[in-house]
Design a protein around this ligand. Structure first.
Ligand code: GRF
Length: 190
């Protein structure tokens, strides 16, 4: 059973998927948002999960995040729609215990500048037949850490970036993130 700290910036649908999962023993023990208006904070409040906003950038912000994570004895940090690049303090402190979900089949369409609809626009512009999502470890290079799980779906003929994003989010990302956490739980157990 892992204590999970989730970093968010927006809607928090991936956070909700972890909260709702009935096939993992891990618990979300804190939610930290870069954005005070993030709906993800409301989701945390609804489930009485301690939640914080850390809008400060740079080292000061990272140290604030680390303090919250340590206060809640976090074992695993999950970036779920978190729109900030992690600095060296956090990555070093939680080396090998930070995962991110990215809405493409990495290494394709990943790295600096590939976030949100930009990912799906590039997939469609490139006439890709498949897309999907990837859960990977976070390292100092963006979207470049070891892949934990990846799952694909077909890009439909009439897909727009919006329709593709929604299908990947609901059909792929949410179950994939929970499956990745379960994989890590078993890894810790063995
Ligand atoms: C998702 O597409 C996720 O892959 C990306 O951020 C988007 C929003 O996620 N990292 P959420 O609804 O805030 O969890």
């Amino acid at each position: 059973m892992l204590n999970i700290g989730v970093l968010v910036s927006g809607s928090g649908s991936n956070l909700q998927a972890i909260i709702d999962a009935d096939n993992i023993s891990s618990k979300v023990v804190c939610v930290i948002s870069s954005n005070p208006e993030a709906y993800a904070l409301s989701r945390a409040k609804t489930h009485n999960i301690p939640n914080y906003t850390v809008a400060t950038k740079g080292s000061a912000g990272e140290l604030e995040i680390i303090n919250h994570l340590q206060h809640h004895n976090v074992d695993l940090v999950v970036l779920a729609g978190y729109m900030r690049i992690l600095g060296p303090e956090l990555i070093n402190q939680y080396q090998g215990r930070i995962i991110n979900i990215h809405p493409s089949l990495l290494p394709k369409f990943g790295g600096p500048g590939y976030y949100g609809l930009k990912v799906h626009t590039a997939v469609i512009d490139n006439k890709e037949k498949k897309s999907g999502a990837t859960v990977h470890y976070v390292v100092d290079e963006v979207d470049a850490g070891e892949i934990i799980l990846q799952r694909e779906l077909d890009v439909e003929q009439n897909d727009t970036p919006e329709t593709l994003a929604q299908r990947i989010l609901h059909e792929i990302e949410h179950p994939l993130l929970v499956d990745a956490i379960r994989l890590l739980e078993n890894k810790v157990r063995n």
